[in-house]
Design a protein around this ligand. Sequence first.
Ligand SMILES: O=C(O)CCC(=O)C(=O)O
Ligand SMILES: [Fe+2]
Length: 324
Amino acid sequence: MDTARQAEAASIPVIDFGPFLHGGAEDRRAVARAMRQASADWGFFYLSNHGVPADLLRRSFQASQDFFALPEAEKQSVAWQTASSNRGYVAVRRERLDASKPGDLKEAFNAGPETGPDDLPEEERPYRLNRWPAGHPAFRATVMELMDGCVAASNRVLSAFALALDLPDGFFVDSHDQLHHTLRLLHYPPLPEGFQPQGGERRAGAHTDYGSITLLFQDGIGGLEVRTRDGEWITAPPIPGTLVVNTGDLMQRWTNHVFCSTPHRVSPFTAAGSPDRYSIAFFCHPNPDAEIRCIESCADADNPPRYPPILAGDHLMEKLNATY
Ligand SMILES: O=C(O)CCC(=O)C(=O)O
Ligand SMILES: [Fe+2]
């Protein structure tokens, strides 16, 4: 189906994270229960009072605008090179999130947490280094400040997920402690008036995310669409002050579909036409050597494990190699 129903923002749950961060044990459990329900019904929810400072987000969106406004040659000087690194600049139409459709009408800049190269095994070093445009130290500083904020926020969400499944607090966080995450600045350039998408092209093709969870920050433009469990596409409009959390493929495998990995896409058109749109996604990836196997309490005789165990790193490489 090509059009999406305009959803009431309320149809995808909005969860207040404040009581989890600042409340007592019962408040924390109530938030975790709401997340469990939302992840089962939708695989998506909005989170308010998420703890990532508004001023940092404002500066990050500004840094993103400044980066994408650089001349193409400067952006290409830090071009994305390999799936194993997955860092650097990705030009318009370079990636196909829906492999059956033309390239996405977006450009992106990927970065990862910077562990000092000295801490890394020799063979990993070239893949763990970010690609920064020369002469823009403030860009790097802002992106890395946001990285830290997102690592902290995602760990808090992962610990709520553990509580939601009655698992020890560190169950998910400990499997993410090598910080193989990707922070991705996204820019969807304006499309000319009367633009006709060719061959089903979109700003981002329909896909599920690959990792455990994703935190997504949207600007005010809109365009994100989510497929409901009934197969209908609905809009996920921006809600000021919130971020969007969605569960990815590995979380779905881990929880045997208790938490679902929901297809989503970005439509070329919004009520405002197709102006510039910016978003920022933080993809959480478990440690590459983490074995993702069905959590015991998520399976029983009627619902046996649906997938064999897989190493998180193997899953990610398979997905990245299919979309570039
Ligand atoms: O830009 C957005 O709103 C969504 C982007 C997205 O789903 C992705 O990059 O995986
Ligand atoms: Fe996505």
